[in-house]
Design a protein around this ligand. Structure first.
Ligand SMILES: NC(=O)c1ccc[n+]([C@@H]2O[C@H](COP(=O)([O-])OP(=O)(O)OC[C@H]3O[C@@H](n4cnc5c(N)ncnc54)[C@H](O)[C@@H]3O)[C@@H](O)[C@H]2O)c1
Length: 265
């Protein structure tokens, strides 16, 4: 039986129904946490929460529940926080993971409205969730983990809007870490490189040559493969449960993708 490293701690994971968020939810439930997953897809969220609950029961560890929330909507985010506290009485960790990477294209093909919409989803939603969860996180001296991206620091081809949202998220994390230290709340970011998820699969499906696209995705890492969602979940669990002297740090999990020179022109 896995050790209950985060027993009875209450964790909110936005976008916890798929990909990295789902991987985080699995790891936290196994560690004994009470996990609230949210997303804006009722059917998917309910089904994943039921699976997580069943695995929690089987292992006598943790709990999981789904709360509908479109993180772009202020009232939904407020409800997510209040409903979590109404159910479990506290919040120990907030993982702001919900986000989206639009298809790759040059700046000429993004409208200003496209950029504003993505800022709402990838950045303003995180500000909102932090703002409303912090009064509770200060009570428990809890922690926040913001899901940023490796491309926030190294950039990415044909992704100016996405990279801007993630760069801002990494910077926001550091600023908030400074302010919240006095309350004993730690604020960190996690910056994945290529992690194989439904979002990555959608990019493969949309590529002119899907097999070549997947092979490129695998070859971008020194370790010769993409990461898996459980690996990101375990890093988040370590940050929440054990990294108690760590705040304002951007934790890259990339299989070495950013190291060394490659052909750039
Ligand atoms: N997969 C990667 O390689 C990778 C790399 C770096 C960063 N990331 C980041 O990790 C996070 C998760 O990515 P993923 O690959 O697991 O994607 P995914 O598409 O598999 O999962 C995204 C989750 O966010 C939820 N979501 C989307 N819009 C929402 C909204 N408006 N309100 C509430 N929930 C919403 C979805 O329902 C889903 O649960 C994203 O922030 C992404 O930018 C992913």
């Amino acid at each position: 039986m896995p050790s209950l490293r985060y027993a009875d701690q209450v964790v909110i994971i936005t976008g916890g129904s798929s990909g990295i968020g789902r991987g985080c939810a699995q790891e936290f439930v196994q560690a004994g946490a009470k996990v609230v997953i949210c997303c804006n897809n009722e059917a998917e969220g309910s089904a994943v929460a039921a699976e997580l609950r069943a695995s929690a029961l089987a292992q006598a560890a943790g709990d999981a529940v789904f709360i509908f929330c479109d993180v772009r909507k202020l009232e939904d985010v407020q409800n997510l926080i209040e409903a979590t506290v109404a159910r479990y009485g506290r919040i120990d960790c907030l993982i702001n993971n919900a986000g989206w990477h639009p298809p790759h294209k040059p700046i000429d093909e993004f409208s200003v409205a496209d950029f504003r919409d993505l800022l709402d989803l990838n950045l303003v939603s995180v500000f909102t969730a932090c703002k409303f969860a912090l009064p509770y996180l200060r009570q428990t001296r809890g922690n926040i983990i913001n899901m940023s991206s490796l491309v926030a620091v190294i950039g990415q081809h044909n992704a100016p809007t996405y990279v801007a949202t993630k760069g801002a998220l990494t910077a926001f994390t550091k600023a908030l870490a400074i302010d919240e230290a006095v309350h004993g709340v730690r604020v960190n970011s996690v910056s994945p490189g290529n992690i194989y998820t439904p979002l990555w699969q959608a990019a493969i499906d949309a590529a002119p040559d899907p097999l070549a696209c997947r092979a490129e995705g695998e070859a971008a890492q020194l370790l010769g493969r993409m990461g898996c969602v459980e690996e990101v979940g375990r890093l988040c669990l370590f940050i929440a449960a054990e990294a108690t002297f760590t705040t304002g740090v951007d934790h890259i999990i990339s299989g070495g993708a950013e190291l060394g020179y490659g052909r750039k022109s």
